[in-house]
Design a binder for this molecule. Sequence first.
Ligand code: SF4
Ligand code: SF4
Length: 303
Amino acid sequence: MIPKILITNTAKEVGFDIVGVVPAMPLEEESQRFGVWLSEGHHSTLSYLERNVEKRFDASRLVEGAKSVVVCGVAYLSEYSRGYPEGWRTKIASYALNRDYHLTIKEMLSALAERLKAHYPQLRFRVFTDSAPLAEKSYARRAGLGWIGRNSLLVTPEYGSMLLLGELVIDEVVDEYDSPKEYIGCGECRRCVEACPNGAILEGRYIDTRRCIACRTIEPMAEGESVDLDGWIFGCDACQSVCPYNQRAMLHTNPNFDPIVDPLSLDSDAWLGMSEEEFSALASTTPLTRAGLEKIRSMIRRE
Ligand code: SF4
Ligand code: SF4
């Protein structure tokens, strides 16, 4: 049995801002909600979401022998996270201006696991970022880290929603588990709903990915699809920028999440005139490579 305090202290040492621990339990209520969302077709071209639904909501089926899920979050809120100047037409979601979080979070989780293994050499673990099927927002809510906001994102009282999550699934029980907390939550606020350029935020904290710019600028567009991008060329922060919890959250402190691309130095002409070599020098370590220069340019041409 591992003491929770050892896990939380070590997670903070390796650079996470928040951490919670829950049993590797099935999340039935969340799984049912997800099933409703899928059955209504709101996942659009994200067909991979149809696979492994049972594992997504049950860490013990995803990882053999799993006993506990350590949910870790790190803030990335930067000076670019709270909105762009009026009329700016080459907007980039602020998480994509940093080194790719998949790499950074994997390294941080591996460091956490190795430090725990120094105390518990028999410990077996797997690390996950959002590249693997685990319902991380749901586990984070169960761990008391925050609530699911109207825009379907995890919102935390201290860091808002501009957090990146990762999970360490371990085959040991922990001496004390976290549980969901009662938060004031969204209350009467509907700012994210009102700020979404395409009305993609549906009632019931669902997102229609067909209309969501964050999806459409990165994932393949469906045949004949036409979406107003509102100046976004990779991702979209519109529903997060306006969130009062993000507006009053501190800027990130972990230097791994310092922006390495300045989006305000790159207007449409700069992007359209950029060579692949220049793109590589600028952004090869960032999530922008998930779309690639050609897709980014095609987003600008659609404007
Ligand atoms: S990311 Fe953008 S398009 Fe998607 S729901 Fe939020 S505001 Fe709407
Ligand atoms: S903008 Fe308001 S409704 Fe939307 S997630 Fe933030 S607090 Fe909730």
